[in-house]
Design a protein around this ligand. Structure first.
Ligand SMILES: Cc1cc2nc3c(=O)[nH]c(=O)nc-3n(C[C@H](O)[C@H](O)[C@H](O)COP(=O)(O)O)c2cc1C
Length: 365
C-alpha cells in the first residue's frame, strides 16, 4: 500500500519520470459523479511549467481516462487516469556510467532503499512529474466538492522573501480567481516582484522557495476521526507527500507558541443563528475535528534542488567524492507549480474524510 493513500476514497500513484507513462487510480468514488475532462485539463495546465519562471521541459500532459467513467459520470469502479511521458530527455541523466547523486534529491536515499534497481532517470518515481497524475485525480475530487459548495483556494503567501496580501476569505470571487492562475497571488504587484526574484535566481544559476497558504471553505463542522485520522493529521500526511514540501502548519501554527492564551483563543459567538468563532487561529480545527470555520494551513516549499552551480557530491557508482555539473531542464522555483498539487491532495483528503463521515453515495446526491 506504499503508493496508495486514503481509506474510503483512495488514490494510487504509479510511474517514473522517463518511463512510458505516469498515472493514478482513484477508488471509492460514488457512481454518478460528473467527471469533466475540461476541469482535469485546467488543473493540469496550472501545474505545468509556464513562461519564464518555469522549466524549459515542455509537458503537454495529454491524459486518458482508462476506466471508471461512462458517458461523463463515474461508474463507481476504479477510475484510472494515464498521462504518457512525451518530453523526457534521458540523455541529460547519462554520465558515461558515473552517477553523481544530486544533492537534496532522493537519488542517494532511493539507492539505499531500492538497492540500485530504481529507475533514476529524471528522478524516476520521485520526480515532481508524478504530481501531474495527483493533480488529475485531485481535479475529479475538486469538482465533486464544488458540487457540495466546498471550495479550496491556495495562494503564494511568500516567495523569495516577498509577501503576498492575505487570503481574501470574505471574497468568494477573488478566491475562485486564484484557482484560475498559474502564479496565484492576491496582490498582482507582489506577484510581479516574486517573479522578478525567481528570474534573478535563474540568472545566478540558483533557485528560491516559498510558502503556500490554503483555505478550505464550506466544510461542515464535525469532520475528522480522532485520534489518528484527524483533519490535521491526514492533511499533513498528504501535504508532506508533495515533493519539496518541508513544513506544514495549521491556523496560526508556529506563531501560536509565542502568544498568550488570551491572544490565541478563538472566542465563540452566534451569527445568523450559527455558532462561529470571531478569530481563526485554530485554522478551523479543534480536537482534530472541523469546527465549521475555514480550514487554513501553510506549506513551506523548499528552493528547487536542481541548480546549475557546481555542487559537492558523491558518485554512487564509484563511491568517490566528485563535483556535480547539472544538465537538464529545471524550474528556478517550484512553489507556484506546487499550488495545484496542494489543491489536489487537499481535495482528495477532504473527500476521503467526508466519505468516512457521510458515506460515498453522499457525493453524487
Ligand atoms: C510540481 C513540482 C515540480 C518539481 N520540479 C522539480 C524540478 O524541476 N527540479 C527539482 O530539483 N525539483 C523539482 N521538484 C521537487 C523534487 O521532486 C523534490 O525536491 C525531490 O524529489 C526531493 O524530495 P523532497 O524535497 O520532498 O525531499 C518538483 C516538485 C513539484 C511539486
Amino acid at each position: 500500500m506504499k503508493n496508495t493513500f486514503g481509506q474510503s476514497v483512495a488514490v494510487t500513484l504509479f510511474g517514473e519520470s522517463h518511463g512510458p507513462a505516469i498515472g493514478a487510480v482513484l477508488d471509492g468514488l460514488a457512481p454518478g459523479c460528473a467527471v469533466s475532462e475540461e476541469a482535469i485539463r485546467k488543473q493540469l495546465d496550472r501545474r505545468r511549467p509556464q513562461g519564464n519562471t518555469g522549466t524549459h521541459r515542455r509537458e503537454p500532459d495529454p491524459f486518458q481516462l482508462l476506466s471508471g467513467v461512462y458517458q461523463g459520470k463515474t461508474t463507481g469502479t476504479p477510475l484510472a487516469i494515464v498521462i504518457p511521458n512525451t518530453s523526457q530527455r534521458s540523455a541529460d541523466y547519462e554520465n558515461d556510467g558515473a552517477y553523481p547523486a544530486r544533492p537534496s534529491h532522493a537519488d542517494f536515499a532511493a539507492r539505499c532503499k531500492y538497492h540500485g534497481f530504481e529507475d533514476r532517470h529524471g528522478g524516476g518515481h520521485f520526480s515532481g512529474r508524478l504530481t501531474a497524475a495527483l493533480v488529475a485525480a485531485g481535479a475529479v475530487a475538486l469538482d465533486i466538492l464544488k458540487g457540495k459548495d466546498i471550495s479550496i483556494a491556495t495562494h503564494i503567501a511568500r516567495c523569495a522573501g516577498i509577501d503576498d496580501a492575505p487570503l481574501p476569505l470574505e471574497d468568494p470571487a477573488a478566491l475562485a480567481a486564484l484557482g484560475e492562475m498559474s502564479f496565484p497571488v492576491v496582490d498582482r504587484l507582489a506577484g510581479e516582484r516574486m517573479e522578478e526574484a525567481i528570474l534573478a535566481a535563474r540568472e545566478d544559476r540558483d533557485s528560491v522557495g516559498g510558502i503556500l497558504e490554503t483555505a478550505v471553505l464550506g466544510l461542515p463542522a464535525g469532520v475528522g476521526e480522532p485520534w489518528f485520522d484527524t483533519m490535521e493529521s491526514v492533511l499533513a500526511h498528504m501535504l508532506f507527500a508533495v515533493p519539496a514540501v518541508k513544513g506544514v502548519e495549521f491556523g496560526a501554527g508556529f506563531a501560536l507558541a509565542d502568544l498568550r492564551g488570551s491572544q490565541a483563543n478563538d472566542p465563540l459567538r452566534v451569527r445568523d443563528g450559527k455558532i462561529v468563532t470571531t478569530s481563526n487561529h485554530s485554522g478551523g480545527v479543534n480536537g482534530g475535528i472541523t469546527n465549521g470555520m475555514p480550514v487554513t494551513f501553510r506549506c513551506a516549499v523548499k528552493p528547487t534542488a536542481s541548480i546549475f552551480q557546481p555542487q559537492d557530491t558523491v558518485d554512487l557508482t564509484t563511491g568517490e567524492e566528485t563535483t556535480l555539473h547539472l544538465k537538464g531542464r529545471h524550474d528556478p522555483a517550484i512553489v507556484h507549480r506546487a499550488a495545484a498539487v496542494v489543491d489536489a491532495v487537499t481535495a482528495l483528503t477532504v473527500l476521503d474524510l467526508l466519505a468516512l463521515r457521510y458515506g460515498t453515495d453522499w457525493m453524487a446526491g
